[in-house]
Design a protein. Sequence first.
Length: 256
Amino acid sequence: MLAPVSDEPTEDQDGHPGGGREYRIGELANAAGVPVRTLRYYQERKLLPPPRREGRIGLYSEDHLARLRMIGNLLDRGHTLEGIRELLSAWEQGRDIGTVLGVEKAVTTPWSQEVPVTMTLDELAALFPGQVDPKSVERAIALGHIEVDGDRVTHWSRRQLDATVTLVQAGVPLEEVLSAGQELQRSMDDLAAMFIRLIATHVVGRIDDQDLGELTEVLARLRPGAQVTVEAGFARAMDRQVRAAIDQLLGRLTAP
């Protein structure tokens, strides 16, 4: 076991307090803003190198502190500890972790730029008179349209909420809109999966780990292209379907 941790700062090599060069385990934990048990857990998982030993006392450097802060930043960005361990391993093998993280950012940056909107449950119900009940709320939650926190409701997209209101005001029941949204989400998931397969097979598959910078640039270029393809394709499909629907309507109106 380690000797009891003192709250006094360690001295630098000239014997002066402070200096920020080495820390005992409690001091390092305080500087990094993590519990001592978390720091020890990171050491057990090989995320943090062992300290320099002076007898029974372990002394940690500024590099340890920087590494702890990097781990915290990666956790905040949604990385798992195993993923962080692999990133740090790549870094130690001489790869540019900034480039690796650049690829990660290019892949995980949200494609959606929608602005969420928050209101009370009563305000949401007022938008759809007589159609908001516990069942419809639960369904909207399950579909990912809304999140409920007490009496506050957050819809993921103001634009989609406005479109839903417009459809309901035109006479489409809210339950039918939710059902259509569910079918649309399935189609969008299939479409997104197709794009992922294309990119994984024909782009990522031909770039080795020495060309990660190139991969980042390619992914950045592909993002707007994929969005335009979907938007243009949907608009064209709507043109076809609207013309077909109008032809049917005119056929009924002009039939003898």
